[in-house]
Write a protein that binds this ligand. Structure first.
Ligand code: URA
Length: 443
């Protein structure tokens, strides 16, 4: 079938066959289908959607568009964790070493931050010398030496996603449940995993602002993984306020080091604990969630998670002394406090605006090719629910550029709400998909 016929079929709300989807993705990857036809199909999918079967077929076709990984040399279960992205979302830096120390192998392929959300690669690259551009051979070597390896997408892994994502980004077709599901799961299925834990964010700082949408996305991704024999569990977690106390690349690395030293903020530690426990369950190393949580506590308390992190920094070319001395990380030249303007309770720290404030300081990028400043960002001393008195510090802005500070300060101010009454408290972990206690078992 010709490309215009496939586009027309979807435009008119019909279902595409597996062959049609595969033909289209192959044509796109070979650059035989031009961008204007690909974007027309993306827009048709945006409006008409894809069934579960079509989404699975799209995922499969995208996964097969390039090289896929496998690690037959590793006897241990291979498990990754993927987050749909948020503000201050730094769990990968704790969870990957903790899961490796607890007995899993974690081949983690991560992304960069875009817009108000941060990315794992940017955080790692704030460690002097840390190389996230590994060849697949180096990745394999680091994984066997450290039990974890952390890198970015390569040219030959799921090239169809890179082409499609670049088009979606500039044609307002990112926010589509089937397209997001296929994009994420094609990359995860190409990693040669035995298990996968998904952290699907919901709230103002997330891709999906509403819990029902986040749950639908989680269900679709879990179905795709299970249909291919992968054990998958998704946690639906709150992203109405930033996770932890810091937003900004090197500041977030410092917070992760503190968490691995047992001194992290409670919300960050809780989420890292739940995600690591989920990875141990989908990886088949633990059947009981309580025991899996205990294993996380043990590798944190014993310093084994921190030791794995130090080892991976060393193996990926970074300065591993940052683990003992975080003053070796980039630091902003200036600091400025933002204080409470009245007595009351901190009722909102609206995550999207906080993310935009951090981006305004230079911590994030507006476009994929913009430069970032690893040193700048925000450190919160109060979180939602805390009482505050007028003049008391809520946040410290770490800044390098005065013009950027002016805008960031105003954006940050707009993110903060103080009310006389304490707000209700929402749990951080809102739901699990599937919602049984053991995690998903493949069909
Ligand atoms: N992350 C991805 O990798 N793909 C999407 O489509 C959205 C978020």
């Amino acid at each position: 079938m010709k490309a215009p016929d496939i586009i027309r079929k979807k435009r008119d709300g019909q279902k595409l066959s597996r062959e049609e989807i595969s033909e289209f993705i192959t044509g796109l990857t070979r650059r035989e289908i031009p961008d204007y036809q690909a974007t027309a199909l993306l827009m048709a999918i945006y409006f008409r959607g894809l069934s579960a079967r079509e989404t699975a077929d799209l995922t499969e076709a995208m996964m097969r568009s390039g090289r896929t990984l496998s690690f037959p040399e590793l006897a241990e279960p291979k498990v990754d964790k993927h987050s749909t992205g948020g503000v201050g979302d730094k769990t990968s830096l704790v969870v990957a070493p903790a899961a490796a120390a607890a007995g899993l192998r974690v081949p983690m392929i991560s992304g960069r931050g875009l817009g108000h959300t941060g990315g794992t690669l940017d955080k790692l690259e704030s460690i002097p010398g840390f190389n996230t551009r590994l060849s697949l051979e180096e990745f394999r070597r680091v994984l066997s030496v450290c039990g974890l390896a952390l890198m970015g997408q390569t040219e030959d892994l799921v090239p169809a996603d890179r082409l499609l994502y670049a088009l979606r980004d500039v044609t307002a077709t990112v926010e589509s449940l089937p397209l997001i599901s296929a994009s994420i799961m094609s990359k995860k299925l190409a990693e040669g995993l035995d298990g996968l834990t998904l952290d699907v964010k919901t709230g103002s700082g997330a891709f999906m602002k509403w819990r029902e949408d986040s749950e639908a996305l989680a269900r679709r991704m879990v179905e795709i993984g299970m249909a291919r024999g992968l054990r998958v569990e998704a946690l639906i977690t709150g992203m109405d306020q930033p996770l932890g106390n810091t937003v900004g690349n090197s500041l977030e690395v410092i917070e992760c080091l503190e968490t691995m030293k047992g001194r992290g903020p409670a919300d960050l530690n809780e989420l890292c604990r739940e995600l690591t426990a989920s990875m141990l369950i989908v990886g088949g190393l633990e059947a009981s969630r309580e025991r899996a949580r205990g294993r996380y506590d043990a590798v944190i308390q014993s310093g084994q998670a921190l030791e794995r992190f130090q080892r991976v920094i060393e193996q990926q070319g970074g300065d591993a002394h940052v683990v003992e001395d975080d003053r070796l990380l980039p630091r902003a030249v200036h600091q400025e406090s933002l204080v409470a303007w009245e007595d009351g309770f901190l009722t909102a720290l609206e995550a999207e605006a906080v993310g935009r404030a951090a981006m305004g300081l230079g911590a994030g990028r507006e476009r994929m090719d913009s430069a970032i400043d690893p040193a700048v960002g925000l450190v919160f001393e109060k979180k939602v629910g805390d009482p505050v008195s007028a003049g008391e510090r809520i946040c410290v802005l770490h800044w390098n550029d005065a013009a950027m500070l002016v805008r960031a300060r105003a954006t940050l101010r707009s993110a903060i709400v103080i009310r006389p009454e304490p707000p209700g408290a929402d749990p951080l972990i809102l739901a699990r998909v599937p919602d049984d206690e053991k995690g998903a078992t493949p069909a």
